[in-house]
Design a protein around this ligand. Structure first.
Ligand code: NAD
Ligand code: ZN
Ligand code: ZN
Length: 351
């Protein structure tokens, strides 16, 4: 039953992965039925996150549930309500993040870390995601959006936004202090904006001058091209090191270097997940201990983080630089991402 009309189309188009490391194929599949506590969503837009590429390439263990419909930066409208769902109406604009569900009663869930609930499900990884005309989400885990939200523009906030917002909070950096944003991709260019909005001073590190130019435009004060100079000495010499850092690059070296960028007592938060052979790093124990450094991880964000992250975007303080593409172009977009050729974020629009 589509929103408003009361007529349920029989099938939907979706981009499907049948085997790891192969191309997505556009298929016609039955529209899923929302179960108890679930919502059927008519998808409007879905951002393309590098995690989609890791899923398709099988970079992480465990791998995704196949066949897979990727996509976890989803926005759309409520199309149907499953049994027992209250507080939503057909046509309401909503967003679906990576965290498809969490159990709500384990130690992680109870201590503000529902993002790492062991029995949680992941949108576009263990559950079908938003590279499709319709998808099903848990009513308790979707983000409510105001009526006139630009659903294409806000889509990247559902992952890149909330992830970098929580990551920056976990550096514990205070207004006026320096943070390094390492990797100015889909996540990084949004991280620069949250950092500026939170009163932090930003040093941006990437290997592509186009991405550094974007960081500068978004308010980064200190830029380092890690292909041309050593980012550790550049940051130490240029600004005396950083109080915090978030690493949203997909190269092991960037994680190793980020530790050296810190001032004494500083905290680096790892966001990127290179996976496979790139998953292990070397670091100096003496440096970490002797300079009292902290290395933390951060995984997407809680529902509260998401609400806060979306609020920044709705106020216009944070806006992804987006380019749109049709669902049929998903493979081409993913190939461009593989080659590092995307500046900002590509959002698939699904009419
Ligand atoms: P992206 O491809 O858009 O951006 C990656 C950026 O890293 C690019 O700008 C690239 O030029 C830059 N880069 C590559 N090598 C570098 C180096 N040596 N030094 C500095 N920069 C370098 O990817 P994205 O969508 O922003 O995702 C980034 C990573 O974050 C991925 O691994 C993704 O899976 C992960 N991620 C993690 C979470 C989480 O919850 N922790 C959430 C979303 C994404
Ligand atoms: Zn993501
Ligand atoms: Zn839990």
């Amino acid at each position: 039953m589509s929103a408003g009309t009361g007529i349920r189309p029989a099938k939907m188009r979706a981009a499907v992965l049948r085997k790891l490391k192969t191309r997505l194929k556009i298929e016609r599949l039955p529209i899923p039925e929302p179960g108890p506590g679930e919502i059927l969503i008519k998808v409007v837009a879905c951002g393309v996150c590098h995690s989609d590429l890791h899923a398709i390439d099988g970079d992480w263990n465990p791998g995704p549930v196949l066949p897979l419909i990727p996509g976890h930066e989803v926005t759309g409208h409520v199309a149907e309500l499953g049994a027992g769902v209250t507080g939503f109406r057909r046509g309401d604009p909503i967003g679906v993040p990576w965290m498809w569900s969490a159990c709500g009663h384990c130690e992680a869930c109870l201590s503000g870390m529902e993002t790492v609930c062991r029995t949680g499900q992941a949108t576009g990884y263990s559950k079908p995601g938003g590279y499709a005309e319709y998808m099903v989400a848990r009513a308790d885990f979707v983000a409510r959006l105001p009526k006139r939200t630009d659903l294409v523009a806000v889509a990247p906030i559902l992952c890149a936004g909330v992830t970098t917002y929580r990551g920056l909070k976990r550096t514990n950096a205070r207004p006026g202090q320096w943070v390094a944003v390492v990797g100015i991709g889909g996540l990084g260019h949004i991280a620069v904006q949250y950092a500026v909005a939170m009163g932090l001073r930003v040093a941006a590190v990437d290997i592509d001058p186009k991405k550094l130019a974007l960081a500068k435009k978004l308010g980064a004060e200190f830029l380092v091209n890690a292909r041309e100079e050593n980012p550790v000495s550049a940051i130490r010499k240029g600004i005396g090191g950083v109080h915090g850092a978030v690493v949203a690059a997909v190269a092991t070296q960037a994680f190793e270097q980020s530790i050296g960028m810190l001032r004494a007592g500083g905290t680096v938060v790892f966001l990127g997940l290179p996976g496979g052979k790139a998953d292990e790093l070397r670091a100096s124990i003496a440096q970490i201990s002797g300079r009292e450094l902290s290395i933390r991880g951060s995984s997407v964000g809680t529902r509260l983080d998401l609400e806060e992250a979306v609020a920044f975007a709705l106020r216009g303080e944070v806006a992804a630089k987006i380019e749109t593409a049709p669902l049929s172009a998903a493979n081409a977009v993913l190939n461009r991402m593989r080659r590092g050729k995307i500046v900002g974020r590509v959002v698939l629009t699904i009419p």
